[in-house]
Design a protein around this ligand. Structure first.
Ligand code: FAD
Length: 292
């Protein structure tokens, strides 16, 4: 690995100034579980590595009934997985975090690192997109808010400019009778990347049966996480039954644009998209009923 200067700013202001000064010669480091491997493989050869791990604004985990959840980008995945408020109000997010690597990886790895690495199989991406999270990014030019669905532009590509830092995620408060689920399909039960990952967030109407709102996001079946909007529309306005679930599952499979690779063929991924969507929606509806 090439030598680099390690910088550990204590404030966001200091961090954006360092990044503005060094731009393409610098890389941000949060937990390092992706970056260190990329440096070892020579994928990046930065002169400066800027750690954002100790910046307080990037470690926020705050819930406000009006504004919802603010989740700092450097928040360790293990904290997200074990936080009782997240488990209760955003179970799809707690599960997405828990599905990543091992406890050691989750102690180091962060939400922001998973997002900025932007691999199609990133396990917290589908849940965050189905929760309609917004990313707050900062540079010396100021701040901007980006709906997370628009954050990813391709495999390992995002809208982030070289001088921008992901600061936090803003996740709206769940309305009454709302819950969600994330289901990951993998070959091995531990330390394996998703073959397919599906997150569903649903809100039930006052009758506690009719689906009023649904947001389904598919992971690992396209270059970026994608919303299965046709499937969502099939569900909305109906109580859940097997025929509606089957229609929604098939619509999700049609939305997928999978590839064949070492982990699975495109055909298998598409088929599993259907089944995983049915499972995720069913579990999300059960949880939304229980949350009422
Ligand atoms: C053994 C192993 C198993 C794994 N298993 C899984 C798995 O099952 N599922 C899964 O999704 N991932 C998995 N990963 C990948 C990795 O652990 C996650 O992507 C993790 O969330 C990365 O977070 P990090 O804080 O370590 O990121 P880092 O390595 O610190 O950073 C990753 C990238 O994001 C950039 N970055 C980080 N924070 C910011 C920020 N705030 N603003 C701008 N850019 C930023 C960095 O410059 C770098 O390019 C695994 C990794 C390993 C080593």
């Amino acid at each position: 690995m090439k030598d680099f200067v390690f910088l550990a700013p204590a404030t966001l202001e200091e961090a954006v100034h360092l990044l503005a000064t060094h731009r393409d010669r610098a890389k941000i480091l949060a937990g390092g579980t992706d970056l260190m491997l990329q440096l070892q493989d020579g994928l990046f050869q930065p002169d400066y590595v800027i750690s954002v791990r100790n910046i307080p604004e990037l470690n926020t985990l705050e819930f406000d009934p009006e504004r919802g959840l603010t989740l700092g980008a450097a928040t360790p995945l293990r904290r997200i997985e074990t936080d009782s408020l997240i488990q209760r109000k955003y179970p799809q997010l707690a599960t997405g975090a828990r599905e990543i690597g091992s406890i050691q990886i989750r102690n180091l790895g962060s939400a922001g690192g998973n997002i900025c690495t932007a691999t199609p199989s990133g396990d917290i991406l589908p849940s965050l997109v189905s929760l309609e999270a917004t990313a707050r990014v900062a540079s010396i030019r100021g701040e901007r808010l980006i709906p997370l669905e628009q954050f990813f532009t391709g495999v390992r590509r995002t809208v982030l400019e070289p001088d921008e830092i992901l600061v936090d995620l803003r996740i709206p408060p769940p309305p009454p009778r709302t819950s969600g689920a994330y289901i990951k399909l993998y070959t091995r039960p531990a330390m394996d990347l998703a073959i397919v990952g599906v997150a569903a967030t649903v809100t039930l109407a006052a009758d506690n049966a009719t689906i009023q709102r649904a947001a389904i996001c598919l992971g690992a079946v396209a270059p970026t996480p994608i919303r299965a909007r046709e499937a969502e529309e099939i569900l909305i306005g109906h109580p859940l039954d097997e025929s509606i679930l089957a229609e929604a599952g098939q619509a999700a499979a049609r939305a997928a644009r999978p590839i064949s690779d070492v982990r699975a063929s495109a055909e298998y991924r598409r088929e599993q998209c259907d089944l995983m969507t049915r499972r995720a929606v069913r579990l999300a509806v059960e949880r939304a009923r229980a949350a009422a």
